[in-house]
Design a protein around this ligand. Structure first.
Ligand code: GAR
Length: 206
């Protein structure tokens, strides 16, 4: 069975999409654990309700050691790490050991409205401020940069004249829930081939 760890910082609605997909057998995976970098994140409750092991590594406490502590928990235990609204930046040995085995979901069409300090509602405020007509979400592999790794898939969403950051966020979040499940499904089936920055879908790595 393909094993994943899900890292969160907040509500965990993307985590919920993964839990639902596993429970409804749309995803042939097991969620081995959920790790939050914030105590009190609602996503922890979602995990516990589904009997998934949870860990809280408060980023204020662990600071520079956060990535190493995460590695200690999951080393040798999972095939993929899914960042589902996880707002800390990973680094060091964890990135090396899990090269091309960490994915992140971001609520814009990368390379727009991404990078350092661009997360959550700020992304949608920036998109509306700029006046884009289309936004969306991106699932990508995680590398040493912030939101710079190879793109696995993107889903576009129309921006309407009367959109607020909140209404745009809600519309994009619905797409995120499908996109994150689709990306994990493709990876768990070995259907992605990475060629430098390009990720080809539908060909096995074997
Ligand atoms: C999601 O919109 C996700 O794309 C975003 O945080 C939200 C978490 O929602 N992530 C980032 O902005 C990362 N740069 P959730 O906790 O309900 O899944």
């Amino acid at each position: 069975m393909f094993k994943i760890a899900v890292l969160i910082s907040g509500s965990g609605s993307n985590l919920q999409a993964l839990i639902d997909a596993v429970n409804y057998k749309k995803l042939n995976c097991s969620i081995e654990c959920v790790i939050s970098d914030r105590s009190g994140a609602f996503g922890i409750k979602r995990a516990q309700e589904n009997n998934i092991k949870t860990y809280v590594l408060d980023k204020e406490e662990y600071k520079e050691r956060l990535s190493d502590e995460i590695l200690k928990i999951i080393d040798g235990k999972v095939d993929l790490i899914v960042l589902a609204g996880f707002l800390s930046i990973l680094k060091g040995e964890l990135l090396k050991k899990f090269k091309n085995k960490i994915i992140n979901i971001h609520p814009s069409l990368i390379p727009s409205f991404c990078g350092s300090k661009m997360y959550g509602i700020k992304v949608h405020e920036a998109a509306l401020e700029y006046g884009v007509k289309i936004s969306g979400c991106t699932v990508h592999f995680v590398d040493e940069g912030t939101d710079t790794g190879p793109i696995i898939l993107q889903r576009a969403v129309c921006v309407y004249e009367n959109d607020t950051p909140k209404s745009l966020q809600e519309r994009i979040l619905k797409e995120e829930h499908r996109a994150i499940v689709d990306a994990v499904d493709l990876i768990s089936k070995g259907l992605l081939r990475i060629d430098n920055r390009k990720v080809w879908v539908g060909e096995s790595n074997d």
